[in-house]
Design a protein around this ligand. Structure first.
Ligand code: GAR
Length: 195
């Protein structure tokens, strides 16, 4: 079995990244995490990646200012250098241009903290509570040029309970995220044939 080479893009603590690294330890897991890229210097997940012997790179977004494609070309250079097959966005808090998305069609996936198509964008937990919904959760989906709109791969559901705050709900959803992201990557890495 040739394992797919995966890059994880992060902006923060990287707990989903850590869940992917952990899952990929299994001998039968069809992917290996070989590269972590952060757009934010000092993001917590970088240290976790390094502690696991994974190449951890910062592509600081600041010097690129508003030139989003120039930033993405710098990211893409690392992805190419590391011969990446699949890109996982895990708390990567940037909207991507159609150019980068186009480089990774069907090979870039994202985890989003809601049951898409509900609650695209930010502050998903607070919005779910404000609306009084009883079910919330997380979605792994393919990335397309439209924000949080690509085909769904897997979803995980949690109940919203009386007294929930955005923080308590986020913590419950995060547990589900850590289960479904490794499962979704397993599915994609198994199905996806190198072309
Ligand atoms: C996760 O809850 C993820 O779903 C969310 O950011 C958090 C990152 O946590 N992503 C988004 O909101 C993307 N729009 P992590 O760094 O611990 O994985």
């Amino acid at each position: 079995m040739s394992r797919k080479r995966v890059a994880v893009l992060i902006s923060g603590r990287g707990s989903n990244m850590a869940a992917l690294i952990e899952a990929a330890r299994a001998a039968d897991y069809p992917a290996e995490i070989v590269l972590v890229i952060s757009n934010i210097p000092g993001a917590g997940g970088l240290a976790t990646a390094e502690a696991n012997g994974i190449a951890a790179v910062t592509v600081d977004q600041k010097p690129f200012g508003r030139d989003r494609e120039a930033f993405e070309r710098a990211v893409q250079a690392h992805l190419v250098e590391h011969r990446i097959d699949i890109v996982c966005l895990a708390g990567f808090m940037r909207i991507l241009t159609p150019w980068l998305v186009g480089q990774w069609e069907w090979r870039m996936i994202n985890i989003h903290p809601s049951l898409l198509p509900a609650y695209k964008g930010l502050d998903t937990h607070a919005r779910a509570i404000a609306d009084g919904v009883t079910k919330h959760g997380a979605t792994v989906h393919f990335v397309t040029a439209e924000l949080d709109a690509g085909d769904v791969i897997l979803q995980g559901e949690v109940d919203v309970v009386p007294g929930d705050t955005p923080e308590t709900l986020a913590a419950r959803v995060l547990k589900v995220e850590h289960e479904i992201y490794p499962q979704a990557l397993r599915m994609i890495a198994t199905e996806y044939k190198l072309i």
